[in-house]
Design a protein around this ligand. Structure first.
Ligand code: MG
Ligand code: MG
Length: 267
């Protein structure tokens, strides 16, 4: 288990600009994965598409060699269907109707951007589409509240209420987090909580907000590879994440594409 007694760091305007550049590169890597996602492609090929973008910019992913039971072996985590997070890219071949959650990180000039999308493979069922829509919308519901003066609990509870009102569940075991020179800084930002509680949000804080949503129950377990997290009942899961700066003018999403649009397949 990670320690969450981690420092909150306040970034300068200059540092936020660096993180925005990291975020653009990260978004381009996710877009490359989304563009390649189709039936017949392996998860290793998706990871290679992200790697090619990182290489083009001469940057690397903080995921690679991330400490765990053994060092994490790839630049992205690629989690299919019941896999919630931390799936290791490999030989698995995607099928029509699958969904694939891609999480990527970028280190640029010493600062980290961290972002994830869930991409449908070909045509997906109505329930699957609803899961993706609800999970993605819950991310933006949370981001809207990332303004100075609000607290972590305001963001966390808004995500939880939005997801649970739609009949789905948020995970309890994995959370969003501060991000900066380290991929995991304070504060911890769960996807559940109580309004008015928790750390006060201040300008210059940067947070990776990441709703992880399950259809059946909130329970998860870790596979024998000691990385991949799945839903305990093996029902479908989805994951979206942005790195967001809290500024005097409100939240600024740092992990959008160069043109300001979000990465992913247009649905
Ligand atoms: Mg991530
Ligand atoms: Mg994260």
């Amino acid at each position: 288990m990670m320690s969450w007694e981690r420092q909150i760091t306040i970034k300068s305007k200059r540092e936020l600009e660096i993180m925005r550049t990291a975020g653009k590169i990260n978004a381009e890597a996710l877009q490359a994965v989304a563009d390649l996602t189709q039936p017949g492609v392996t998860t290793a090929e998706l990871n290679a598409a992200a790697d090619a973008v990182l290489k083009k910019y001469g940057v690397y992913s903080p995921f690679f060699n991330y400490p765990g039971a053994y060092p994490y072996p790839a630049s992205t985590t690629i989690s299919v269907n019941e896999e919630l997070v931390h799936g290791i890219p490999g030989k698995r071949v995607l099928k029509e109707g699958d969904i694939v959650s891609v999480d990527c990180g970028t280190v640029y000039e010493g600062f980290v951007a961290d972002s994830a999308i869930t991409v449908p493979v070909g045509e997906v069922s109505e329930l699957t589409r609803k899961l993706l829509t609800v999970t993605e919308e819950s991310l933006y519901v949370g981001i809207k509240l990332m303004a100075p003066g609000n607290r972590v609990g305001d963001v966390s509870s808004a995500i939880q209420n939005f997801v649970e009102d739609k009949g789905f569940f948020v995970t309890r075991e994995y959370t969003g987090h501060g991000v900066g020179r380290d991929m995991h800084e304070g504060p911890q930002v769960p996807n559940y909580g109580v309004p008015g509680r928790g750390i006060l949000l201040r300008p210059g804080m940067t947070i990776a907000l990441e709703p992880m949503v399950l259809i059946g129950t909130p329970a998860t377990r870790v596979l024998k590879d000691q990385w991949t997290v799945i839903s305990a009942d093996r029902s479908l899961t989805a994951h979206y994440e942005h790195t967001v700066a809290i500024t005097e003018d409100g939240p600024v999403i740092l992990t959008m594409l160069e043109d300001g649009s979000k990465p992913g397949r247009k649905m």
